[in-house]
Design a protein around this ligand. Structure first.
Ligand SMILES: *Cc1c(COP(=O)(O)O)cnc(C)c1O
Length: 231
């Protein structure tokens, strides 16, 4: 078995243990394998080992890998900041954009999706920790946006994404993820018809167990899948 396949097995095992501890089913949590540290061939190995959702944080990297792996049915997730001038090239490749972080970007994606006669699935990125150097809507800003989401008919907002505070320990990360879940629960009860805030994209290599404890439906894991590879 390849090192990547062994790493994947370990990560899936950790997810199974964490979901079990949280009283959840393992299939309630989608693993997004983050391939930003590796080349397209390593991403192919990960896909072939059974991880079919792959994530990239930089749009250009996503385009390149998607083109290199075009014969595989990869579901590509964009998890990093998207500039509006890169929307057009990104949309044909993406299954889900986790990182919608401005009204301007919402409009740009909706407009481009209309051109393609497509519905694009997105998450709203929330800057839960308030770190100044992080992307994402402030919680109050996202809250006031929820009723407006009906104005973007080519977007389907499916939930929220966040990252824990910079340098957070496990307890702090868990508190951040719990905070996002509480916001999701509150907003979900008042969101307009057609808007679903089911998904919570939280958790990376260092904190996905805490994320799963706090209701993550997607975890974005990179390092743990590629550790031990010489790069
Ligand atoms: C890189 C990255 C990840 C994966 O981080 P690891 O700690 O390597 O698992 C997850 N989410 C985002 C937004 C990232 O940029």
């Amino acid at each position: 078995m390849s090192l990547i396949a062994q790493n994947l097995e370990r990560v899936l095992e950790r997810i199974a243990v964490a979901t079990d501890a949280a009283g959840r089913r393992a299939d309630e949590v989608q693993l997004v394998g983050v391939t930003k540290y590796v080349d397209a061939e390593a991403a192919r190995t990960l896909f072939e080992a059974g991880c079919h959702c792959l994530g990239e944080s930089r749009p250009q990297e996503l385009w390149q890998k998607a083109e290199r792996l075009a014969t595989l049915p990869v579901q590509w997730h964009l998890i990093g900041h998207l500039q509006t001038n890169k929307v057009r090239r990104s949309l044909p490749h993406v299954h889900l954009i986790h990182s919608v972080d401005s009204v301007r970007l919402l409009s740009a994606v909706d407009k481009e999706a209309a051109v393609l006669s497509r519905t694009v699935h997105v998450l709203l990125e929330v800057n839960i920790s308030g770190d100044a150097n992080k992307h994402g809507f402030a919680p109050a800003e996202a809250e006031s946006l929820i009723p407006e989401l009906v104005n973007y008919p080519h977007l389907q907002v499916r939930g929220l994404m966040t990252m824990a505070s910079l340098g957070a320990d496990a307890a702090r990360a868990q508190a951040d993820f719990a905070h996002l879940r509480e916001l999701r629960d509150r907003w979900q009860s008042s969101c307009p018809e057609g808007v679903m805030l089911h998904e919570l994209s939280t958790g990376m290599t260092g904190d996905f167990e805490q994320a799963i404890q706090e209701g993550a439906t997607m975890v974005r894991v990179g390092s743990a899948l590629f550790e031990g590879l010489s790069s």
